[in-house]
Design a binder for this molecule. Structure first.
Ligand code: NCD
Length: 303
């Protein structure tokens, strides 16, 4: 079993099946505490620094909630313009302070590789809440947790990843996480927004990956839709061309026991009418961020 204490969480590439299963088991142990909004004292006296250099709702607030439910405290900023980083302070210097103030750092940054730089500069564990178009490992842990709970396991499933597979970081992390299970991966995106070949090749070493020519829901047990990442495009006009919609009619093509996931925020990819469909799993998915992030915080802090 991996040694979790002090571990950085930067990329899914560093997590195998045993690691993922362990996070899920711990998340199960915390699930009811999160659901019923109770508080434990597992992390009493511990401080989490939350540094978000990019907008976030769910990731940041579920980390804050997770720390609160475990009895710990958080410090940090939500608006980088109000911190010295805006004056030009380097990530490395920021981290030198953070390791004195906090026991764990959660960071989101627009640049690929920023989380790694932070981790190398810091003696306390760094958990990435997303670095540019690269990775979003904690999202993959909660996504696989959501699949496991909803489908009573992960092995044997066909998972369809849809939308902006090129710039979406949740996709890269999720594909890597799923490759440790007996999963068949289906990919569908506009040709301009395909998943990077290095990710496809890496995942293909372990599992079957099929690229679809149309948005075909017929075989998927899990349909995972993503937003076109317009802020990553050189030109927003271009991003608008790739808009797509899943509505109630489209859901008729999906299996009766399929689940529909989305890391959120959805822009228009999923019509509001789909929310009433029992297969819509995205709000439960967002909730699952709390027990999964409780699990991660407790594990990296050696509890
Ligand atoms: C995602 C992200 O930030 O990558 N959001 C999230 O953390 N749930 C997905 C997105 O922004 O499209």
């Amino acid at each position: 079993m991996a040694n979790w204490k002090g571990r950085d969480v930067i990329t899914m590439r560093e997590f195998d099946r045993k690691d993922i299963d362990e996070v899920h088991r711990r998340a199960d142990a915390y699930y009811d505490v999160a659901k019923h909004k109770r508080q434990l004292d597992v992390l009493r006296g511990k401080v989490m620094a939350s540094l978000f250099f990019e907008p976030s709702t769910r990731t940041q607030m579920s980390f804050d909630t997770a720390m609160e439910r475990l009895g710990g405290q958080r410090i940090g900023f939500t608006d980088p313009q109000k911190s010295s980083v805006f004056k030009g302070e380097t990530i490395a210097d920021t981290m030198k302070m953070m390791e004195e103030y906090a026991d764990v750092v959660v960071m989101r940054h627009p640049n690929e590789g920023a989380a790694r730089i932070a981790a190398e500069a810091s003696s306390v564990p760094v958990i990435s809440g997303g670095d540019g178009t690269n990775q979003h490992p904690t999202q993959a842990l909660l996504d696989t947790y959501t699949i496991r709970r909803a489908k009573k396991g992960i092995d044997g499933l066909t998972v369809l990843l849809l939308g902006d597979l090129r710039y979406g970081r949740t996709i890269k992390s999720l594909a890597m996480a799923l490759s440790h299970y007996d999963v068949k991966l289906q990919l569908y995106s506009p040709p301009q927004l395909k998943l990077a070949p290095f990710v496809v090749d890496e995942v293909r070493q372990r599992i079957k990956v099929q690229e679809l020519n149309s948005m075909d829901f017929a075989h998927a047990d899990v349909i995972y839709a993503t937003r076109v990442q317009k802020e990553r495009f050189p030109d927003e006009e271009e991003a608008r061309k790739y808009a797509y919609v899943i509505d109630a009619e489209k859901m008729r093509e999906a299996k009766r026991d399929a689940i529909l996931m989305h890391p959120l925020p959805r822009i228009k990819e999923i019509a509001a009418e789909v929310d009433a469909d029992p297969r819509a799993a995205y709000f439960e998915q967002a909730f699952n961020g709390v027990p999964v992030r409780m699990a991660l915080l407790a594990l990296v802090l050696g509890k």
